[in-house]
Design a protein around this ligand. Structure first.
Ligand code: SF4
Ligand code: SF4
Length: 471
């Protein structure tokens, strides 16, 4: 039995090449090795939480309807007990901006950890890799299978892999489309083969997109298609935590006996086993220094820590650290850029919360009728308006319709409105000038709608009253 850790060359497209190209550099297929460790576990928890959120929320009911549903036909967005209308989409835009800012904050703090742990592209790719390992075996078996001629065994393994990939892709597409079409109806239509053309097209599109992105394109999406990967490096500073190989400690690299005094032999702690490369989902060698292609997933840290444990060396030859710490300084946790981002994020979350809290639960649009004015039976000048009242709550509501500071104007007709949950009432009303003669050809007036059960819910909208001034 030998206690020498074998050094293995990284596979290259051309095995005769003296240059040790990683599969990514060589443009080949990346077959990652299995590994275990803290960061793999963290990623599993992150993926589990994301899956639970994505699939669980799609199927969750709340108050008798799907909890989260963007009804495109009715232009309404239901999210738990609240209904958002096109007028509220400014709030949704604000939410997206907050998410983007949160991402900037995380990137300044710890680089591409979002990419490595939570980005759906990475998470689904890890799941597809796991299915690949389940059907085609470990890394070496997969490499052999790739090179082997077609046989029944290869066909069965490949077939099983693609069938599982397609099944996961279809379930993913179903959940995604289910956020825009009631998911229970959609599933029923799918199972009874009664899908409409639109639903079928979207399901097909998202199934194909998931299958191609997570099954075939994988790291190429992160390396060549994701715009975020291109510009996020400008957010790094010398205290940003990045996955880094400690070259001062690791070099010169090379195989050695476990009990050898490697320092005396002029060797560093890196035994050149290439485990860090073999587990890397983007196929890069972290020992080449900081690279744009690194997703900060920590897989190489887990792999290298396992090797260090076996060798009896201290962990952390590859670790999350900052450029500043690596140069012998101290990582600055509370630095102006990070504090600035965090303060902005806090302010935006506060403003969003305030906007949500004070969001009008009833809306009133007023459109003046095209006819300027007319004279009614009592000889009064009258204007016609079309009111659009929306009950934005999910309960029936009674409202009082009135004019603010009414005299000299009088509202004719209906004053109390009963609206069903989410109802849009289109109401023509007339207003007459009753108190006095017109003083101007155009005078301001304001309509108001007040919730009779909760007077705090009210909205008013301005318009104008037009008169013949020469009267
Ligand atoms: S850095 Fe660690 S995992 Fe990578 S080759 Fe060196 S010893 Fe092996
Ligand atoms: S170099 Fe390490 S942290 Fe970066 S992507 Fe590869 S395995 Fe993940």
């Amino acid at each position: 039995m030998t206690d020498r850790i074998p050094a293995t060359l990284v596979e290259t497209i051309d095995p005769r090449s003296p240059i040790r190209l990683t599969p990514a550099q060589a443009g080949g297929v990346i077959h990652t090795r299995s590994f275990s460790g803290l960061f793999r576990n963290l990623r599993r928890y992150g993926a589990g939480a994301l899956f639970l959120l994505f699939f669980g929320t799609a199927w969750l009911n709340w108050g008798g309807r799907q909890a989260v549903l963007w009804d495109l036909n009715e232009s309404k967005f239901y999210i738990f007990g609240a209904t958002f209308w096109p007028q509220d989409f400014i709030l949704l835009s604000a939410l997206l901006i907050i998410c983007a800012f949160g991402l900037f904050c995380i990137t300044v703090f710890a680089g591409r950890v979002w990419c490595g742990y939570s980005c759906p592209q990475s998470v689904w790719t890890w799941v597809f890799m796991w299915l690949e390992r389940f059907t085609e075996g470990e890394r070496n078996q997969r490499i052999k299978l790739d090179a082997a001629p077609w046989s029944v065994g290869k066909l069965l393994r490949r077939g099983a892999k693609h069938a599982l990939w397609l099944a996961v892709s279809l379930v993913t597409a179903l959940a995604f489309v289910g956020y825009f079409t009631p998911i229970r109806e959609l599933t029923h239509e799918l199972l009874s083969l009664e899908l409409g053309l639109s639903s079928a097209s979207w399901l097909f599109f998202f199934t194909a997109a998931t299958y191609l992105n997570a099954g075939w394109l994988r790291e190429k999406v992160c390396l060549h298609m994701c715009p975020y990967s291109r510009f996020q490096s400008v957010m790094f500073d010398d205290s940003t935590l990045l996955v880094t190989y400690d070259s001062a400690r690791g070099e010169g690299r090379g195989p050695r006996r476990k009990d050898a005094d490697h320092r005396a032999e002029g060797l560093g702690d890196c035994i050149d086993c290439t485990m860090c490369v073999q587990v890397c989902p983007t196929g890069i060698d972290i020992r080449d220094g900081l690279q744009l292609d690194c997703l900060s997933c920590g897989a190489c840290i887990d792999a290298c820590d396992t090797v260090m444990d076996k060798m009896g060396y201290a962990r952390g030859l590859v670790r999350y650290t900052s450029e500043r710490a690596l140069a012998g300084g101290r990582t600055q946790w509370l630095r102006p850029r990070l504090l600035g981002y965090a303060a902005m994020l806090g302010l935006m979350i506060g403003a969003f919360g305030w906007g949500l809290q004070t969001r009008a639960l009833v809306s009133l649009d007023v459109t003046k009728d095209r006819g300027l004015f007319r004279e009614n039976g009592a000889g009064q000048i009258e204007n016609i308006y079309r009111l659009k009242v929306i009950n934005k709550t999910q309960e029936p509501r009674r409202y009082a319709l009135s004019l603010v500071d009414a005299p000299p104007f009088a509202l004719q007709g209906k004053r109390e409105l009963l609206l069903a949950p989410g109802e849009i009432l289109d109401l023509p009303v007339s207003v007459a000038l009753v108190g006095r003669q017109a003083v101007s050809s155009s005078e301001p007036l304001r309509f108001e709608v007040v919730d009779l059960d909760d007077p705090a819910i009210r909205v008013s909208t301005a318009s104008t009253f037009v008169s013949p001034i020469d009267r």
